[in-house]
Design a protein around this ligand. Structure first.
Ligand SMILES: Nc1ncnc2c1ncn2[C@@H]1O[C@H](COP(=O)(O)OP(=O)(O)OP(=O)(O)O)[C@@H](O)[C@H]1O
Ligand SMILES: [Mg+2]
Length: 236
């Protein structure tokens, strides 16, 4: 069952087509890697799904019915589509726990809130840091906290843009386990990254974008072997 369906999506900036009649479908329970050279349209795709950028044409459907291209950013977030931006954006003057409370959202009942915070702390490996100020965390820990804040909102769709940028090899390896721990049968996860070893470890399938179109879709091993993918991206 598809959790998120992108149909014939085009985004135009001035005269430039950042997404060009792009279609793809992501299953519930799936972790999808989205890769491709700089300027391929990866971030633009996440921007359209999260309502930050308007499409020229096409549709993005969440679940059975909700057309995200007709929804506001706030409506999309309320529908359970949550995004982690490339630069960590935690609240530095609040504790880790307080950041997670914000992640839960205002309407969350206390018992459910406690459950989600414990789950998020555990998955992010931040249990011993719960009462520290977020501003005092290491860069990698801030990235994990931001993912944990996304998780605390109980999202149906998680969009992660370059989650291991600037992380050490050891932190990157830990992030693989963290992201795989976010998987749920009713949740779709989209991970944009340039780190191919990371994508191979974390994603079930990959979509290779180039000039706003799909160049390849399938297993990472197949992407590595596809001549066009090697030519425009992996071989450089
Ligand atoms: N707001 C905007 N106005 C004009 N052009 C834009 C805008 N946002 C993105 N673009 C252009 O659209 C193209 C796709 O950009 P996008 O950020 O989606 O690429 P990307 O695949 O995320 O690349 P990277 O790997 O470098 O992050 C680029 O050529 C970019 O310059
Ligand atoms: Mg980008």
């Amino acid at each position: 069952m598809s959790a998120l369906v992108v149909e014939s999506l085009s985004v135009v900036f001035g005269g430039f087509r950042a997404l060009d009649d792009l279609s793809l479908a992501i299953d519930a329970g799936e972790i999808r890697g989205v890769i491709g050279p700089n300027g391929a349209g990866k971030t633009t795709l996440l921007d359209v799904i999260s309502g930050i950028t308007r499409a020229r044409s096409g549709r993005v459907t969440l679940g059975e019915a909700i057309d995200l291209t007709r929804s506001s950013e706030a409506e999309i977030a309320r529908a359970g589509v949550r995004r982690k931006f490339q630069r960590p954006s935690v609240f530095p003057a609040l504790s880790v726990r307080e950041n997670l409370e914000i992640g839960c959202g205002a309407g969350c009942p206390p018992a459910e809130r406690s459950r989600r915070i414990v789950e998020a702390l555990t998955i992010a490996g931040l249990e011993s840091q719960a009462d520290r100020l977020a501003g005092l965390l290491a860069h990698g820990e801030k990235q994990w906290l931001e993912i944990a804040m996304v998780l605390a909102s109980d999202p149906r769709v998680i969009l992660l843009d370059e989650p291991v940028a600037g992380l050490s090899d050891e932190e990157t390896e830990r992030t693989v386990g963290l992201i795989r721990g976010l998987r749920r049968p009713d949740r779709a996860i989209v991970v944009v990254e340039h780190d191919m070893a990371f994508v191979e470890a974390v994603a079930d399938r990959v979509t290779v974008l180039h000039e706003g179109r799909t160049l390849y879709e399938g297993a990472m091993a197949g992407a590595r072997a596809a001549p066009r993918v090697i030519e425009v991206y992996l071989g450089r």
